[in-house]
Design a binder for this molecule. Structure first.
Ligand code: SF4
Length: 475
């Protein structure tokens, strides 16, 4: 009988092209996703070396980071007039590069364009058992489908473009077992923020997380993507969830999904993609979901998170000098008092969007909570769908009208305030509750302060004008 193996090992082993002792593995890559910010040097490198993109049929590009999300009422007629020169140049260059190298680009003339980690699943490009790379760290999102997906650097983008392979040292495995069942008002975002708070924002370094347990299986695909998206915030190379019937149902019928007999064959293979009973992981952790509350971050890395009812930690009781000084620095930047919960803290901006929480179920949950309520006068609320497909779906369900009548801004697809582009940013000193994935100093605008949380917590805080436990607003 063969040795029990993990999901990660099955996919890794199936993609090894060459494996010499002491050298990195040559790994076959099934899909490369590209966006405007990290790809220009890679295309230039190919051009200078006289190389081609080896598999243009397995390389897809989109515009997300630099694209404006205002005044673009309908995809296909996006005006680029209002963005800055650098952003305009990047977007134009992406089209030039993709046309020259025969790569399909979802640009402003297409109706599907979106954040790269929303677009791939939307189109059915993201499939179980595949290896997926992109010059963006949140490529881990695609692991929700049982894919091995991770971010790569510029020279690696060029290597994959030229060879469809990548040099990689094999990461270790890390089982994250979520036991128990989610309570109302507690979401996938809270599950992943809890892991990062408990295990540390670098606790997964050198490993690939596999999320397991009933609470994970109970999540829809969007929730699973939220979890895998933030694997990188927990330090891991990637995050994965074994595919199941929900995965197959999500992929089926999408543009690039296998069709007919190829579909049946694919699903038969995908059903084998799970960790065997008795397989060994290099590390393991268990999270009790029964005790989980909505999470919120208080500091300047995603590991600085607490249950929303808990008090912000007090540096004076921390013995480790480095930890104490890092917490002091974070609280100083955030201008937050330790020893008290964040509930009741006034907020200026609420952002619902990003590749973490901008999919249709995120928007449905947010709309259901804000329906019939108003955004507080002191708050600016922005809702930015992750892709034009998501935007169209949301509009067909009337979600845009719900957000707008509550006083929120309804935008077109893009990264927007996740990365402070095109004027979508905090002013110095402002506080935001954000559904994005990073709360680093200045991430959402110079001097801006970010509390990461779920869409439910974001909406509850927008309505009350202060950080609010969403459970108090659920009947
Ligand atoms: S939404 Fe934010 S984290 Fe996601 S790809 Fe865009 S900038 Fe990166």
């Amino acid at each position: 009988m063969s040795k029990p193996t993990t999901l990660f090992e099955k996919i890794w082993n199936a993609h090894v092209v060459a494996n010499e002792p002491g050298a990195p593995t040559v790994l076959y890559i099934d899909l490369q996703l590209v966006h405007e910010v990290t790809s220009p040097q890679a295309f230039t490198g190919l051009r200078e070396k006289g190389l081609k993109v080896r598999r243009p049929d397995r390389t897809f590009a989109t515009m997300d980071h630099s694209i404006p999300t205002v005044d673009i009422a309908k995809a296909g007629s996006i005006s680029l007039d209002m963005i800055d020169d650098m952003a305009r140049k990047q977007l134009n260059q992406l089209v030039i590069n993709c046309n020259e190298f025969g790569v399909k680009v979802y640009d402003t003339t297409t109706t599907e364009r979106g954040i790269v980690h929303v677009l791939g699943p939307d189109l059915g490009l993201t499939q179980p058992g595949t290896t997926i790379v992109c010059g963006d760290s949140h490529t881990s999102t695609h692991g929700a489908f049982g894919a091995l997906a991770f971010g790569i650097g510029t020279s690696e983008i060029e290597m994959v473009m030229a060879t469809q392979t990548l040099l990689q040292y094999k990461p270790k495995t890390f089982k994250v077992d979520y036991v128990g069942a989610l309570k109302e008002g507690v979401t996938a975002k809270d599950m992943i923020l809890k892991l990062i708070a408990v295990n540390g924002f670098q606790g997964g370094t050198g490993h690939v997380f596999e999320y397991m347990g009933e609470a994970v299986r109970s999540l829809g695909m969007e929730g699973r993507m939220t979890m895998c998206n933030m694997s990188i915030e927990g330090g891991a190379r990637a995050g994965m969830i074994a595919p199941d019937e929900k995965t197959f149902a999500y992929v089926k019928g999408r543009e690039y999904a296998p069709k007919g007999a190829a579909w049946d064959e694919a699903v038969a293979y995908w059903r084998t993609l799970k960790t065997d009973e008795g397989a060994q992981f290099d590390k393991e952790i268990t999270i009790d979901v029964n005790a989980l509350e909505p999470m919120i971050t208080y500091g300047t890395n995603p590991g600085m998170g607490i249950h929303i009812t808990e008090a912000v930690p007090d540096p004076s009781v921390i013995r480790n000098v480095n930890e104490r000084s890092s917490l002091e620095k974070a609280l100083n930047y955030m201008d937050i008092e330790p020893g008290k919960p964040l509930i009741g803290k006034a907020v200026d901006v609420v952002f619902v969007g990003s590749c973490t929480n901008s999919r249709i179920t995120d928007l449905r949950e947010a709309a259901a909570m804000i329906d019939g309520r108003k955004v507080a006068d002191n708050v600016r609320m922005m809702v930015v769908p992750g892709s034009e497909d998501v935007r169209k779906q949301a509009e067909s369900e009337g979600l845009d009208a719900i957000f707008q009548s509550a006083g929120a801004e309804w935008r077109s697809a893009g990264c927007s305030m996740c990365i402070a582009m095109n004027g979508d940013q905090l002013s110095p000193g402002q506080y935001a509750v954000s559904t994005s994935n990073r709360n680093f100093e200045g991430r959402q605008g110079k001097g801006g302060r970010t509390f990461l949380a779920s869409p439910l917590t974001a909406v509850a805080s927008a309505v009350n004008g202060v950080v609010t436990d969403p459970r108090t607003m659920i009947n």
